[in-house]
Design a protein around this ligand. Structure first.
Ligand SMILES: Cc1cc2nc3c(=O)[nH]c(=O)nc-3n(C[C@H](O)[C@H](O)[C@H](O)COP(=O)(O)O)c2cc1C
Length: 226
């Protein structure tokens, strides 16, 4: 099967939001589709490893902020390259709260949906949800697509992420170097959590090697305590 052919399906990019116990959590998603009208039904697919997915399972509601082509790349990195387990992502963006759910102020449209059913697959959970509210459409703006992301935008996102993390990484590298003498460490994908355990040392893998689980490059791996 030519899995690349599936990239021809048109998806947008969205910031998914949900309310955790005492804070808001969120994630970057592309797997959203409207599948019915009257009532308006959408399907959202979340990776089973996603913290936001767990939260939606508890609360039954979520928000979607539709990203436009003018979105700051760091927004995508903030929500897509790190987990709410480690970071309060909504503290890093300008947000608006409506009916206890968070939205990006700069979104080109905002949608609130309530889960009515779900289907669990080995790697993903599909939520079937009814749209309860859809508002603040910014006419004249164009949605950013997954196709845009794969054709140039991803590099901008990676560069923005690396710039924002460079100071943090330098400090971490020093700590890692110190710790290396005493602790075993593994290279871990910061996007999906995949732990590299191959025979070839991670440093010697080719520059175009990608995470077998989510497809991001080596630059999005970091050393973590095993
Ligand atoms: C371009 C892009 C598209 C993504 N699409 C999805 C998606 O449709 N569903 C999903 O669960 N994760 C998707 N992800 C991955 C999540 O955004 C990522 O795993 C995030 O760290 C999860 O955060 P959380 O643990 O706070 O929920 C995507 C990431 C990127 C960069």
């Amino acid at each position: 099967m030519e899995e690349e052919a599936l990239f021809a399906l048109s998806n947008g990019l969205y910031v998914l939001g949900a309310q955790d116990k005492d804070r808001y959590v969120g994630s970057l998603v592309d797997a959203v589709s409207q599948v019915a009208i009257g009532p308006n039904m959408i399907i959202l697919s979340c990776m089973n490893s996603s913290y936001t997915k767990q939260t939606i399972e508890s609360t039954g509601v979520f928000s979607l902020s539709v990203l436009s082509k003018t979105v700051d790349p760091i927004v995508i990195a903030n929500f897509g390259f790190q987990s709410s387990r480690d970071v309060n992502k909504w503290d890093n963006v300008v947000k608006e709260i409506k009916d206890d759910l968070p939205y990006l102020q700069t979104a080109m449209a905002k949608i609130r949906a309530r889960v009515v059913n779900k289907q669990v697959f080995p790697n993903n959970t599909l939520f079937i949800a009814e749209v309860e509210d859809a508002f603040e459409l910014k006419k004249g703006e164009e949605p950013l697509t997954y196709h845009d992301y794969r054709n140039g935008f991803k590099e901008k996102v990676i560069m923005a992420f690396q710039a924002s993390k460079s100071e943090e990484q330098t400090a971490k590298a020093e700590t890692v170097a110190a710790k290396n003498e005493t602790h075993e460490q593994k290279w871990v994908c910061t996007v999906c959590g995949y732990v590299y355990d191959g025979d070839v040392p991670f440093e010697d893998l080719p520059a175009d090697w990608v995470c077998p689980l989510c497809g991001v490059g080596k630059e999005l791996f970091e050393l973590r305590d095993a």
